[in-house]
Design a protein around this ligand. Sequence first.
Ligand SMILES: NC(=O)c1ccc[n+]([C@@H]2O[C@H](COP(=O)([O-])OP(=O)(O)OC[C@H]3O[C@@H](n4cnc5c(N)ncnc54)[C@H](OP(=O)(O)O)[C@@H]3O)[C@@H](O)[C@H]2O)c1
Length: 262
Amino acid sequence: MPSIAVVQGASRGIGLQFCRTLLQRTEVNVIATCRCPDQALDLNCLYKEHKERLNVMKMDVTQEDAIKETAEMVEQQFKKVDLLINCAAMLHPSGRGETSLRDVSFEGVQATLATNTIGPLLMAKYFSPMLSKGSGSFGLHSSNKKETHSGILVNMSARVGSISDNGLGGWYSYRMSKSALNMATRNLSIELRRRSKGKVICIALHPGTVNTDLSRPYHRNVPKEKLFSTLHSVECMMAVISKLTLMDSGKYFAFDGTKIPF
Ligand SMILES: NC(=O)c1ccc[n+]([C@@H]2O[C@H](COP(=O)([O-])OP(=O)(O)OC[C@H]3O[C@@H](n4cnc5c(N)ncnc54)[C@H](OP(=O)(O)O)[C@@H]3O)[C@@H](O)[C@H]2O)c1
């Protein structure tokens, strides 16, 4: 049975690169979910190259019914999941983080939390039974034979979600959404490790500052060497993921494997 990786939020940016890297560097079957497959041109090109190992499924992560339906389809076709990467997020519906309380709105906070926090948590709800059946191997994973873990759940977080690291303020919605996602990750690591069989590893992972649409309005403030390509960021993160053990579950890592304080 081939290993199965699900990349949620795969139409562009880091999610798309995860699909590309997994297909090019491993033997896994990739399930790429996105809300508008017809408009995801780069993902469609990738599909043409890897038809036999790439499945594209339409799913909006703010729609619980759509998550449930997708999980049922994956269960029917593949039975298990070895790696789930929750990637989809927004900075804010306006495209810019709030710089002061004046910019905060009910709709802005609600929409950001729906995509960045509630979506990944509901993904865990519907996909964790399949992660429990996963072997935890996806080609790059150097599994430690002494421990038995099953699938790996990666919640794409951000350093700005760290409460103790917050010295600048601003970006209320985005920061709150990632802090809450980190809490959800820690909770998940506890609940999904209690099982006698099928212990799932859950981590929160910061990709660095990456050259994508999400961070584009702020690129001019980032030193060139600190603005990563999606390829570099994903290669670094794959190296982190490939070394994970059960001891790492519930932790919050940066792209270079260092731990970020909550
Ligand atoms: N870029 C950075 O510097 C940076 C830094 C720290 C953390 N991160 C995190 O890394 C992850 C990936 O970000 P990125 O930089 O790749 O961003 P991006 O290029 O803006 O891509 C965002 C992705 O999220 C998807 N998405 C948004 N709302 C969705 C919804 N309701 N349902 C399904 N998909 C939805 C988008 O799909 P559509 O194409 O349909 O809009 C797109 O695929 C995010 O979790 C982000 O917070 C990024």
